[in-house]
Design a protein around this ligand. Sequence first.
Ligand SMILES: [Zn+2]
Length: 226
Amino acid sequence: MIGKLFPHAEIFKWMMYGNDGKHPACDPSYFGRREFSFTLDNDIYLRFQSFNNAAELESSIKEKCPFKIDIGPVYSVDPAKRHAYAQGGNNVFMPVERELVFDIDMSDYDDVRYCCSGAEVCLECWPLMTIAIKVMDIALRDDFGFNHILWVYSGRRGVHCWVCDGRARRLTNEQRAAIADYFRVYKGNENSNKKVSLMGPALHPLLARLYTDVLKVFFEEKLLGG
Ligand SMILES: [Zn+2]
């Protein structure tokens, strides 16, 4: 059954990012340096799984039947052989690429929803998630120039955003933090009523644009009535 349901070939094609042997500049070791982690039904967590091709990925998933699969970074060397490389003396085992990932959780919107709280989600509050997606998607494309953006339902109470452009995959941690900071307008805590802090004498051009193009329309036409 899992052989029919799980998109092995598509996942492999995606994670190859074109390193498929058809181009002279391709890197045949690329997919094999990606870490996969499996969570099995007895809560056993298997890290540093790696596969050289789609068939290896598929047979391992069929054999182990993981409840959850995490996609980790691409390392400098095959993560399954990291110990062998470590014995070589110079510690070359390190992450070199990873998609830029954002995690938006419905429970972070408890200040502005009256229907649900925590992990609950309903048709009244889910549109807030739609707006969050629009806001992030517009800024990632227009202000950062990213094109390969994947939005996926997290399976419980939110969504994940995977920015897959090569430029995004090679960002340092410091650069990732700076991008996250660009989106930060929420400065509130439990003791203050003011949750959103808009700095400076004028609205940032991004916020001004989002306000007119996305937020105002949504607030007036959908949220206010609801
Ligand atoms: Zn709700």
